[in-house]
Design a protein around this ligand. Structure first.
Ligand code: PMT
Length: 401
């Protein structure tokens, strides 16, 4: 038996012939002591009954977004926060389409949209529906949003056809979720620090030098780490972004403040430096506003290199230090120089001369270089920053265990 005591799974059952497999999956989770709550959609009730789900899960079954009793007991936001993980099985082509549009027309889609937890989709549909271009495009969107998929597999279908689209078996679903939960459990003991956004280096009280960083890449990395269970601290320069309240958020403005925040936050197990820290500051910041008629020359002095400081720390160097390299030319060569000079374990290089990636875009394209000479560089081609972050965190987890 695998012990899932205290692990909370929100099961969402959609309408499909494979819904019966969800009952068996729920039984497996209960047998291994997981706590289960279930949402069953209107069309799922055509295939299974709320009563059978309630008796197997020994937990509450929800089915209506506008049910006063349910909303007072546990509203849809609380329900999504309650879960350690959300499993949607079976996920129909219709649900895939709705989720890719961000729909919130019923309880299931509203809870998923409101969730800050990992959502696993377990597709089940006819092979033609699975292979349809619209489904393929929706899947791409959902992967970019950070949804994870279990299956489908290839085989004989209930409709009599053969091909890909068959729902994964309950034991496969159980194993994947078990692995996810046990790694997330271990990650809870690990602290990760992420830096994000720009820094402002003041010239006088109202003017400063900054850069185009929006913070999006760093915030997405912090989100992905948190979703996988890490105790996450995000140290951020000024941005317009918000983040889950369970992430320890430290707002700073200058490189000096970021440096102090890092010093206070150490020790940590993992540190990821995606902030665009200004390399320079004004050597003598003026205390009052500079007047228009004044003749001014700005002298710059170097800011401390925070990444360099952390990766060369004698006693508090995190086990894994990851830097970013924002380059406009000679991407690989310059990134490799930073990898060596800054003594980090990985450097994630992005080309910030391109319009649609890097600074202030929702998309990025990166190459990960490793200090370990046995590991080859890896290119993650153009995709959403959320997806880049998920893939970076996948690699972090593989490396640390
Ligand atoms: O914020 P977004 O709009 O989403 O854009 C994302 C991004 C382009 C900012 C991000 O992907 C990125 O590349 N971040 C690093 C930007 C940068 O400052 O790169 P760099 O090559 O100048 O610095 C190399 C590394 O040293 C970085 O990890 C940086 O955080 C770190 N550094 C730099 C200077 C300094 N004084 N202290 C540092 O820690």
């Amino acid at each position: 038996m695998k012990d899932l005591t205290n692990k909370k799974i929100l099961f969402i059952i959609c309408g499909g012939v494979s819904a019966y497999k969800s009952l068996e999956t729920i039984r497996l989770f209960r047998k291994n002591k997981a706590q289960i709550k279930t949402i069953i959609t209107k069309s799922a009730k055509e295939f299974i009954t709320p009563l059978s789900v309630a008796s197997l899960s020994q937990g509450k079954v929800y089915d209506d977004l506008f049910n006063v009793e349910n909303e007072t007991e546990m509203d849809h936001i609380a329900l999504s926060r309650w879960a350690d993980v959300i499993v949607v099985a079976p996920t129909t082509a219709n649900t895939i389409s709705k989720l890719s549009q961000g729909s919130s027309e019923d309880l299931a889609s509203t809870v998923i949209l409101a969730s800050n937890k990992q959502v696993f989709l377990v597709p089940a549909m006819n092979v033609r529906m699975w292979e349809h271009m619209s489904t393929k495009n929706n899947l791409k969107t959902l992967k970019n949003y950070g949804y994870k998929f279990i299956g489908p597999t290839i085989g004989d279908m209930a409709c009599g056809e053969y091909g890909e689209g068959k729902m994964s078996e309950p034991t496969e679903i159980f194993d994947e979720i078990y692995d996810f939960l046990s790694i997330a459990g271990k990650n809870k003991k690990l602290k990760a620090i992420v830096t994000a956004g720009p820094t402002n280096e003041y010239i006088d009280p109202v003017r400063f030098i900054t850069n185009k960083s929006s913070g999006k890449q760093g915030y997405e990395i912090a989100r992905s780490l948190f979703k996988r269970g890490f105790n996450t601290t995000l140290i951020t320069g000024p941005t317009n972004l918000s983040i889950d309240e369970n992430i320890n958020l430290i707002k700073i403005e200058t490189a000096e403040e970021m440096f102090k925040a890092i010093q206070k936050s150490l020790p940590a197990d993992i540190a990821i430096f995606s902030a665009a820290v200004s390399d320079f500051k004004i050597d003598k910041k003026r205390n009052s506003k500079i007047k228009k008629h004044e003749n001014i020359i700005l002298n710059l002095e170097k800011n401390i290199d925070i990444l360099n400081y952390v990766s060369n720390h004698n006693s508090k160097r995190p086990k894994l230090v990851i830097g970013f390299a924002a380059e406009t030319n000679n991407l690989d060569k310059n990134a490799l120089l930073k990898l060596t000079n800054k003594n980090c374990d990985w450097i994630v290089a992005n080309d910030v001369s391109k319009k649609n990636i890097g600074f202030n875009s929702d998309y990025n394209e990166v190459t990960i270089h490793y200090k370990n000479p046995k590991k080859k560089k890896e290119k993650l081609s153009l995709r959403k920053k959320s997806q880049i972050s998920e893939e970076i965190v996948d690699r972090i987890i593989t490396q640390i265990y």
